[in-house]
Design a protein around this ligand. Structure first.
Ligand code: HEC
Ligand code: HEC
Length: 263
């Protein structure tokens, strides 16, 4: 006689559905709503089973399994498509973003639903888990735009534009562009479309950070052409070393950010 284990059956179907939703979501933005909702249903109905095993050995791996459907195995993502990498980013940065989604300062239905019932302490634990992962980065995305445009992108990133009051991106994101502790993310290894969308979201007011929101000021000073140039150049760069964030800044970039060291 065949014995069936309802829990086991449920969880394998759930993970299949999750994989399916994730790949479909990655294919097109239009289906995001529908698929995210079905995915979330899966995650939420699966949650009690996950919770039961939570405190046994590596409970955190179990807890973040839902994330990997979109963000890739262990949060690595790829530089194609739209999903941002989360592995290895500064913990305070990740924690801030999870709070922003939960509280509507960043808008994404799936991220909102996933975080809406999570406490600050829980979000911090998840942030610390992903931040501590040291994993290889994908290869750069080759660019097909003109050398002139790429040079413009590089100039803006490394030097900014004094006449238009745009600081170098490296002033805050680190000279290697791999981010800066405690709360500035790296700019390499992200999908091009994601970078364009995030800067656009600051300009249109659909992404905010806690005040003072320095990145909003930077974004407002950039033209569409600047954003195009910067995103093309950034995505084509290799990641230096292990891509770890730099030590906290000792000098001000001229625009204050919320998590800057108090002077
Ligand atoms: C249904 C797909 C999906 C799932 C599942 C998902 N995410 Fe996301 N996540 C996204 C998308 C899409 C974005 C980018 C949204 C935007 O445009 O701002 C994002 C953004 C993020 C960011 C911000 C990254 C950055 O560089 O600013 C963090 C942090 C994050 N997710 C963590 C998680 C965690 C932790 C989980 C699991 C609890 C999770 N995500 C599950 C789709 C997903
Ligand atoms: C004054 C400091 C500062 C400068 C200058 C700056 N940034 Fe930022 N940037 C930040 C901070 C801080 C964040 C994180 C904000 C948050 O918590 O949401 C950020 C976030 C970002 C993000 C989102 C990354 C992600 O994973 O979602 C992008 C993209 C970005 N910056 C691009 C740029 C580019 C391109 C430039 C140069 C034209 C630039 N930044 C200049 C401080 C700065």
């Amino acid at each position: 006689m065949r014995t069936t284990y309802p829990h086991y059956r449920h969880s394998s179907a759930a993970s299949d559905r999750a994989k399916f939703s994730a790949s479909k979501v990655a294919c097109g933005y239009a289906g995001l709503w529908v698929l995210a909702v079905s995915f979330l249903f899966t995650v939420l109905t699966h949650a009690p089973a996950a919770a039961a095993t939570l405190r046994v050995d590596d409970g955190m791996k179990e807890r973040v399994r839902a994330c990997t459907a979109c963000h890739g195995k262990e949060g690595v993502a790829t530089n194609q498509g739209y999903f941002p990498r989360i592995a290895g980013k500064p913990a305070v940065y990740l924690y801030n973003q999870l709070r922003h989604f939960r509280e509507g300062r960043r808008k994404n239905p799936a991220m909102r639903h996933l975080t809406e019932h999570m406490s600050d302490a829980y979000l911090m634990e998840i942030a610390q888990y992903f931040s501590a992962l040291e994993l290889p980065y994908p290869s750069p995305q080759p660019s097909s735009v003109t050398p002139t445009l790429l040079a413009r992108g590089e100039r803006l990133v490394r030097q900014g534009d004094k006449q238009r009051d745009i600081p170098a991106c490296t002033a805050c994101h680190g000279s290697a562009m791999t981010g800066r502790l405690p709360a500035t993310p790296g700019l390499l290894g992200l999908p091009r479309d994601y970078v364009v969308a995030q800067i656009g979201a600051w300009r249109t007011g659909s992404r905010h950070a806690d005040a003072p929101d320095c990145m909003a000021q930077v974004a407002r000073r950039l033209s569409n052409e600047d954003i195009h140039a910067v995103s093309q150049w950034l995505a084509a760069q290799p990641i230096p070393g292990k891509g770890q964030p730099a030590a906290p800044a000792t000098q001000s970039s001229g625009i204050a950010c919320k998590d800057d060291a108090k002077q």
